[in-house]
Every structure is written in C-alpha cells, then in structure tokens.
Design a protein. Structure first.
Length: 74
C-alpha cells in the first residue's frame, strides 16, 4: 500500500447536541470503523490514517480543514 500522509486532519465543532462523527475505512470495502458523539460546543480533531480514508458527519457542525471551512446542515 502507498504511504499515506498522516499530516491531514480536520477539526469538527458541534453546533448542536448529538453530532456524530463517523470514520470510514480504506480498502476494497468501505466500512464504518469508529464513531464519536459530540454535544454542542465540543470539538474533535480527527486525523486521516492508513485505516481512515473518509469521515461522515451527521448533525449541525462546523468543519475546518486545510482547504477551508464548511458547515454541515443535518
């Protein structure tokens, strides 16, 4: 497997209670492998790794990356 740049990370700030941050695996089959639940105002810093290729966010949250900021709506 190619080397993954582990410098990539995101910051998620919950705008409401119950925001879910879900890590998705790499490889042939994409699967959920980790879930965190955040309450309003809580912040999570998530790093992409050899096992995590994507992150799914459920709920209202602010997401900050090296590419800019985006807000999830549901």
């Amino acid at each position: 497997m190619d080397q993954v740049n582990n410098d990539d990370y995101i910051v998620v700030k919950a705008k409401e209670n119950g925001v879910q941050v879900i890590g998705l695996t790499r490889g042939q089959d994409t699967r959920f492998h980790h879930t965190e639940k955040l309450d309003k105002g809580e912040v999570l810093i998530a790093q992409f790794t050899n096992h995590t290729s994507a992150v799914k966010i459920r709920g209202k949250a602010q997401v900050m990356t090296k590419h800019g900021m985006v807000e999830s709506e549901s």
